[in-house]
Every structure is written in structure tokens, then in C-alpha cells.
Design a protein around this ligand. Structure first.
Ligand code: GAL
Length: 633
């Protein structure tokens, strides 16, 4: 497949006289795609029901005339000010019941039916007008659902929609009371209309209540998105994408993914390292201008799964961003490395954010491919280099991995609701396993939690799954390879109770979690074979084989044949040993890579990515600082 580059562009930010020159420069740089439109509602519909499409017609024509393909975004992340006059209660309310006001973006409640009606109208009007445009070759719905913590709303609209959702799920208040265990603290309800949202309680609300609210809120995003995809599909044959944001897990991306043709995500490696990755100071210093060496790859593999094979980078960091605690300048080479890493993981397209740095408003400190004065910024030349390289090497085909890691959004909600210890996070537990695999030079596939067929994989890892779905349980039972589950896997019922028989309750593995403890990060539980369990450990009883044991005598890994249960969060050393042994058992070749050097095999080539600020010698080649190396396999 031919991989392509693109850019995010805001014609409404620039004088029209500049558009043609911009388009010519984009084409000359070797770009294919231009994403536009996603924040331009106030220019598309300046007053309610009065549309102005003429400027957008001309912008699309200008781009198209220069041979560029347009990704047209629906503008529903930025309702204009007049919308509030029509729907004063459309704003989301925060946990304290305060409205999240106008003056930035994403100021809407997913449950507000009036706002959904307005979205349906603008999307229909756009889809009718541009659905057959020869230049609109893809669509994007909204922009980064959930970004800025916008999934949960404690509004009246959300309360009413939640009650309906509960009534459908449980049918009777009695059934809900039983499922939630509402006899505890006299929390029983006699009417669905008495049920509120799980905020403003005196102490913690019932975890079952919160879990259902999280499921409901995720379903609201899914139906909000579906409203748009159904309309677009009626008018346009072009594929539809949404741009997800890194480490944002507030809704189930696999569920929205089934209504989309392409998954895409917005990759800001330096912003993420500074803002959201829980690494120590030394790691943050070492990779400050390069980003974490695994964070991007994890998302590439995740979105390959969410998009069922089809995925893009819709926004790629080109230089300093404006929104993280610190906003360093990427090392020369990183804007090229990030793009190649995405292609090696199967991205069909990588679009840089944004074409020209805007001198005004919130993101005036955010770099683009061009400076505010239209001169090329650093990433401009790197994007051009990638375009030339792609022209010479168009066939970057992904190869299936031998091993897989299960990722489940609902488990992230569950353990956020009930971490039981400050240092337990599902997302970072899974990411820790991913890092462990990448350090061994392995390609990883990520799988959704309802995967029904594991036959392609020799090794499957499923840490921290709240419940085991029936399809996955059956697939594990039929699996011929090695599987490592735990910690916390299958430790709750779907209603959020402790199941009996006690977890993990895996057929064929006689091991039971009889007690758990959470620990401060500086209190490890040393293992006899080296390394330790950290953050979280479980005490197991049962007759399964004890494969790893803690110095205090409790089992750390219990096994029956190729099925293993891990009784805690392994530190780097313990994880490396456990993974290397599992790979050796399955005949999967591993290679312990130096820090910051990562590898990815495609069907025909081996790519090496050097995230270090210094060159690295490896396997007889020198890979430059912030550099990429590839060779035929
Ligand atoms: C993304 C967003 C863009 C822009 C960018 C800045 O999260 O989708 O609109 O704000 O961040 O880095």
C-alpha cells in the first residue's frame, strides 16, 4: 500500500488570497491530504439557519485544483455562541454541578437532545453539499471526543438519559438494587426516576453505580458519533474517521470504531511525555526532546486494532506544543522518525498539525510546518524528506505479530473507580507490559476484550481485565499457545462485585486470590528469582504449579501447562524474565534492546528507531541520534 502525508489547515484563519499559494506549497512538499473544517461552525452557519458555504466551496476547490485530497471535519466540537441562546442547558456540568462554559471548545453535553438535533442539521447540510465532491476524499467526525475530560456530564439531560439507560438494562428497580447491592447503606430505589448521577455524594458512591454511569457515558459518545456517520454515509462514499487523543480512555474506542472506516489518533510525543506519562525524572530528562520510546507505538498498535487494520495519524506534532507543563523543541529528525514509526506500524497516512502557526488565540505558541511569517519551520524540511523517501519506498506492509496484548477501556474505568491503591492504574499496567515486550524487540498486536479467536498468536497477555468476556474465555480455552493473565484479571462480576468462586476462576488452573494488598511504589515485594512485585500484590492458594515465588513464600506466578496467572504488578526485572521465558517456551525470538532503541518488523523490512539524543551502534550499524534505519529482512 502507498503511504501518504498530509497536514491540518484552517483556511478560515488566513486571507483568501493566501490559499492558492499555501495549496501550491503543500503539493510541492509532497503532501496528499489536507484536513479542514473541524472548528469552523461560526463561519459555516454565522446565525441560526443561515449558512455560508461559499468560502468553503472555494477553499475545497483551491486545494483540489492543486491535486490535494480533503478530509472534511464536522464542526460539532465548537458550537458557536448563538447555540447557547437556543439551548442554554446544552453545556456539560462538571462533578460539582457547575457549567463548563463558552470560550474554548468541547462545551457540550453528549446527552443534550436539542444539541444533537443541531449537529444532525449541520452534518446533513454539509454531507449533502460535499458528499459527492471529487475533492472530499475522507471525513472526520467532531474532534477528539473526550479530550479536556468532556465525556462525563452531570446535567439534567444526562440524568434523564441515564435513567432511561438503566431502565432498559435492568427492567425493574429490584433487579438494579440486586445488581448494585443497594441493600448496603439503605441505598435501595423503588423508581428509576429517583436515581441520580454518582456525584455530590457525602462519601464515595457505590462502584456499581459509577461503573454503569461510565458505561452509559461511553454509549452516549457512541450514539452521538453514529448520528453523524449515518448521515454522512447517506450522501458520501468517502471513508469516515475520528481523531482520538492519546491516553484518553473515557469512552470505548472499539465501540465507536465499528461505526467508522478509519481510526486515527493525534500524536504529540513531547506533550505526552511532559503531561501524562508517569515516568521518573531521569527518563523525562533523557527523552525530553524525543518523547517516550514506546508511547506512540502503543497507540499505533491500539488504533490498528480499533480501526480493524485501517488507521492514520490525523495530527502529528511538528515542533513545540503549547499545552503541556513544559514544551520543548523536538530534536532535529524527530518529526521524520515519528512519521516513519507510524508507517512501520501500518499507518496509511500521517498528517502534521498544523500548516502554519497561528499568531492569535489559544494556540499561538504551537508550532506548525510554517512559522507565522510563512517561512518553513524545522519540521517542514523533515516532512519533505519523508515524502521523498515514501516515493522511493511505497510498499510498507504490516506483518501480523506472534503475540498479543488485550486492551479494554471498561477495565480502565473500573480500576479508576476502585484503584484500591493510589499507584494502581490499568492503563499504565498495560503500557508497562507493552514496554516490556518492546524492550525485547517484539512486534505486538493489541486485541479488544471480546476477541473470539486467538489462534494466530503464540503468546497472549491480559493483565488487569476487570471481567473476562465469554468470547475471550472460550478463545483462551481453545488457545494452544501461552497465556499470562493477571494481576486483577477477572476479579469482578460485570455488576462490580467479587465473584464466588474467587478469582481468577480460570478453567484448568487451580489458583484463587484470597487476599490483595496495594503498596506505595517504594515498598517492593522481592521475588526469589530476582526483581519484585510493586504497587499491587495478591496472595494465592490452590494446587497449580508455583512458577515464581516471593521471598515471603507466597506464590507470584501460578501455572497449569501454558496458562499462567500473575499475582501482582511485576517490576521491570521480573517482567523481563517472565516475558523472555514465555517467548522462549513458544520459540519466539527476542533481542534485549538498548534503552531508547526500538524495532519494528514489517512484512519485508526491519525498522530501527533511535529515540536517543546520541547515536547507537547496534547489530553492526550506527543509527544516528533521533534517527531511523531500515533494512530488508
Ligand atoms: C489536539 C487538537 C487540535 C489542537 C492540538 C494542539 O488535541 O485536536 O485541535 O488543539 O491538539 O496540540
Amino acid at each position: 500500500m502507498k503511504r501518504t502525508l498530509g497536514v491540518c489547515y484552517y483556511p478560515e484563519h488566513w486571507p483568501e488570497a493566501q490559499w492558492a499559494e499555501d495549496a501550491a506549497r503543500m503539493a510541492a512538499l509532497g503532501l496528499t491530504w489536507v484536513r479542514i473544517g473541524e472548528f469552523a461552525w461560526s463561519r459555516m452557519e454565522p446565525t441560526p439557519g443561515t449558512y455560508d458555504w461559499a468560502w468553503l466551496d472555494r477553499a475545497i476547490a483551491t486545494l483540489g485544483d492543486h491535486g490535494l485530497k480533503v478530509v472534511l471535519g464536522t464542526p460539532t466540537a465548537t458550537p458557536p455562541r448563538w447555540m447557547l441562546d437556543r439551548h442554554p442547558d446544552m453545556l456539560a456540568l462538571d462533578k460539582d454541578g457547575k457549567p463548563r462554559g463558552f470560550g474554548s471548545r468541547r462545551h457540550y453535553c453528549f446527552s443534550h437532545r436539542g444539541y444533537r438535533g443541531e449537529c444532525a442539521k449541520i452534518v446533513s447540510t454539509m454531507a449533502e453539499r460535499y458528499g459527492k465532491s471529487p475533492h472530499v476524499a475522507a471525513w472526520q467526525t467532531d474532534n477528539e471526543y473526550a479530550c479536556h475530560a468532556t465525556t462525563l456530564s452531570y446535567s439534567k439531560a444526562a440524568t434523564e438519559a441515564f435513567r432511561d439507560w438503566l431502565a432498559q438494562r435492568y427492567q425493574s428497580p429490584d433487579a438494579l438494587n440486586r445488581a448494585w447491592g443497594n441493600v448496603f447503606w439503605s441505598m435501595e430505589y423503588t423508581d428509576f426516576d429517583d436515581i441520580g448521577l454518582p456525584n455530590l455524594t457525602v462519601t464515595e458512591p457505590n462502584p456499581s453505580h459509577v461503573m454503569d454511569f461510565r458505561r452509559f457515558a461511553s454509549d452516549e459518545v457512541v450514539s452521538f458519533n453514529r448520528l453523524q456517520t449515518e448521515i454522512i454515509r447517506r450522501h458520501s462514499p468517502a471513508p469516515i474517521a475520528h481523531n482520538y487523543m492519546g491516553a484518553v480512555t473515557e469512552f470505548d474506542h472499539f465501540a465507536t470504531g465499528t461505526d467508522l472506516d478509519i481510526a486515527s489518533w493525534d500524536s504529540y510525543p513531547l506533550g505526552f511525555l511532559s503531561d501524562r506519562i508517569p515516568a521518573d525524572a531521569e527518563h523525562k530528562r533523557r527523552f525530553v526532546r524525543q518523547g517516550d520510546p514506546d508511547f506512540q507505538a502503543f497507540h499505533h498498535d491500539l488504533y490498528r486494532a480499533v480501526g480493524r487494520g485501517r488507521w492514520w495519524i490525523m495530527e502529528q506534532q511538528p515542533g513545540p506544543v503549547n499545552w503541556a507543563p513544559y514544551n520543548p523543541d523536538p530534536l532535529p529528525g524527530m518529526a521524520r522518525l515519528w512519521a516513519w514509526e507510524a508507517f512501520a506500524h501500518g499507518a496509511e497516512a500521517v498528517c502534521y498539525f498544523r500548516w502554519r502557526q497561528a499568531p492569535f488565540a489559544q494556540e499561538q505558541m504551537h508550532a506548525g510546518l510554517l512559522r507565522p511569517d510563512s517561512a518553513p519551520a524545522q519540521a517542514f524540511g523533515e516532512a519533505g524528506q519523508v515524502a521523498e523517501e515514501l516515493a522511493e519506498m511505497p510498499d510498507v506492509e504490516t506483518a501480523p505479530a506472534k503475540l498479543a496484548l488485550v486492551f479494554d477501556y471498561a477495565s480502565d474505568w473500573a480500576w479508576e473507580i476502585q484503584p484500591q491503591g493510589r499507584s494502581f492504574s490499568y492503563f499504565w499496567l498495560v503500557f508497562h507490559f507493552y514496554k516490556g515486550l518492546r524492550r525485547l524487540g517484539l512486534n505486538v498486536d493489541i486485541l479488544p476484550p471480546d476477541t473470539a479467536d486467538l489462534s494466530g498468536y503464540k503468546l497472549v497477555l491480559a493483565p488487569g481485565l476487570f471481567t473476562l468476556s465469554d468470547p475471550l474465555k472460550a478463545a483462551l480455552a481453545a488457545h494452544k499457545g501461552t497465556a499470562i493473565l493477571g494481576p486483577r484479571t477477572n476479579s469482578k462480576t460485570a455488576d462490580f462485585s467479587i465473584p464466588v468462586p474467587l478469582p481468577p476462576n480460570l478453567p484448568g488452573l487451580d489458583a484463587r486470590v484470597i487476599r490483595v494488598e496495594s503498596l506505595p511504589p517504594d515498598v517492593p515485594v522481592p521475588l526469589v528469582q530476582g526483581g519484585a512485585l510493586v504497587n499491587w500484590r495478591e496472595k494465592l492458594e490452590g494446587t497449580a504449579t508455583v512458577t515464581e515465588v516471593a521471598e515471603d513464600g507466597w506464590p507470584a506466578l501460578m501455572s497449569s501447562g501454558k496458562l499462567h496467572y500473575l499475582a501482582g504488578w511485576p517490576d521491570d526485572a521480573a517482567l523481563a524474565r517472565i516475558l523472555a521465558r514465555a517467548c522462549a517456551d513458544e520459540g519466539i525470538e527476542t533481542e534485549a534492546l538498548p534503552e531508547g532503541l526500538r524495532r519494528r518488523d514489517t512484512a519485508t523490512r526491519r525498522f530501527m528507531f533511535n529515540y536517543n539524543a546520541v547515536p547507537v551502534e547496534w547489530a553492526g550499524v550506527s543509527i544516528p541520534a533521533a534517527g531511523v534505519h531500515w533494512a530488508d529482512l
